[in-house]
Design a protein. Structure first.
Length: 372
């Protein structure tokens, strides 16, 4: 990108000013991308989320949710569909602990007979709902790909092969075979846990009560608080990222004469107009902030990490779609960068600018006769 200078010179001075190399241009993008993410993550956990929770009195809402969840689970305990390790633990034991104990009781009923345990699915459909057809349909659908059961119009029974494989589990003096252990794990995941999930869905559709408490109503109370938490996290993440990007793409460029982001300052690079090779005007800061939002929001979905589990991040509304769209825009911009002669990204092209090193800008200034 040659430039000719004639001012105060008898002969022109020719400078070779080269844009950033491909690798350094990508590094410049990644620097601000991760700076914004780190800022946003810190703001989210240290300020935005605590303040948002305080503003909606979230601790009180959580107490209400815990109480509602306890009353909801009491419907399962009362109807003998969930079993705590002891009756004293019904109010204090985590649902997951009771569910594992319920699995043992369920499997014992299938292997050793119902006098030894409770077949919770049969108990729900036959004893509570009086719906044997529903039980048969339930097991037919559940066991379609595994074939653990013999299912007839009059009975549902665990196949004898698996009865024999699982018997050692209930004998302290015996040990299951390797095949038995494998089938045991498969049975737990594919039959019991999936079946219990389907059971809860059925209860939510048809409701179930105990001592005047409605499972469906209590679950609705729990979900209200879950929705509040979800949108508190959403608002906190979005505001944290917006503040981080305002700092990096607007505030910092506004207060330094080179209009540089933090990443540009660290890498000693400059953004200049691609036609005149002069520094960008301050009025263009908002334009670059807009492009920053478009191309640097790919990490937004990960900002709440730590407040929610990794898998839950992708189920939060708004965050994942926005991140996906921003990443798509960044990929398109990268594709353009790979084929552009001046190593410009799409945002560089749209803003009629190019990135060069600070040393090259100094050469331009010296050629123009500027003093520092």
């Amino acid at each position: 990108m040659p430039i000719n200078e004639n001012e105060n010179k008898a002969e022109p001075t020719v400078l070779d000013v080269t844009p950033l190399s491909l690798g350094k241009r990508i590094l410049a993008y990644l620097a601000d991308f991760f700076i914004c993410f780190i800022f946003a993550l810190s703001l989210f956990h240290m300020a935005a989320l605590p303040l948002a929770k305080a503003s909606v009195d979230f601790n009180a809402k959580m107490e209400e949710s815990i109480s509602a969840a306890s009353r909801r689970d009491s419907v399962l305990y009362g109807n003998k569909l969930l079993f705590a390790t002891s009756s004293e633990n019904e109010k204090s034991e985590y649902f997951a602990g009771s569910l594992l104990n319920t699995y043992d009781i369920y499997l014992k009923s299938l292997v050793l007979g119902e006098s030894e345990g409770t077949e919770v699915f049969k108990h729900y459909f036959v004893d509570i709902r009086n719906d044997y057809v529903g039980l048969k349909s339930f097991y037919t659908s559940l066991d379609e790909k595994t074939s653990f059961f013999d299912i007839s119009d009059s009975a549902v029974a665990l196949k004898n092969q698996y009865v024999e494989e699982f018997k050692p589990y209930f004998d302290a003096k015996d040990t299951m075979s390797a095949q038995g252990a494998s089938d045991y794990q498969k049975f737990q995941n594919k039959i019991f846990l999936q079946g219990y999930s389907n059971l809860i869905k059925n209860i939510l559709e048809n409701d179930l009560t105990y001592n005047g408490i409605s499972y469906k109503a209590m679950q609705a109370e729990v979900e209200k608080v879950m929705d509040v938490e979800k949108y508190v996290i959403l608002a906190s993440a979005a505001s944290s990222m917006l503040i981080a990007m305002l700092i990096d793409f607007a505030l910092v460029p506004f207060i330094n004469k080179g209009r540089k982001t933090i990443g540009m300052l660290a890498l000693k690079i400059e953004r200049v107009n691609s036609k005149t090779l002069v520094l960008e005007k301050r009025r263009n800061i908002l334009i670059h902030f807009g492009y920053g939002l478009l191309f640097n929001l790919g990490s937004l979905v990960f900002v709440p990490w730590g407040a929610v589990g990794f898998n839950e991040l992708f189920s939060l509304p708004f965050l994942f779609p926005v991140s996906a769209m921003s990443l798509l825009a960044a990929i398109i911009s990268l594709f353009y960068l790979l084929f552009d002669h001046y190593n410009r990204t799409l945002s560089d092209l749209l803003s009629s600018s190019v990135l060069i090193t600070s040393d090259d800008l100094s050469k331009i200034y010296r050629a123009k006769g500027y003093t520092f």
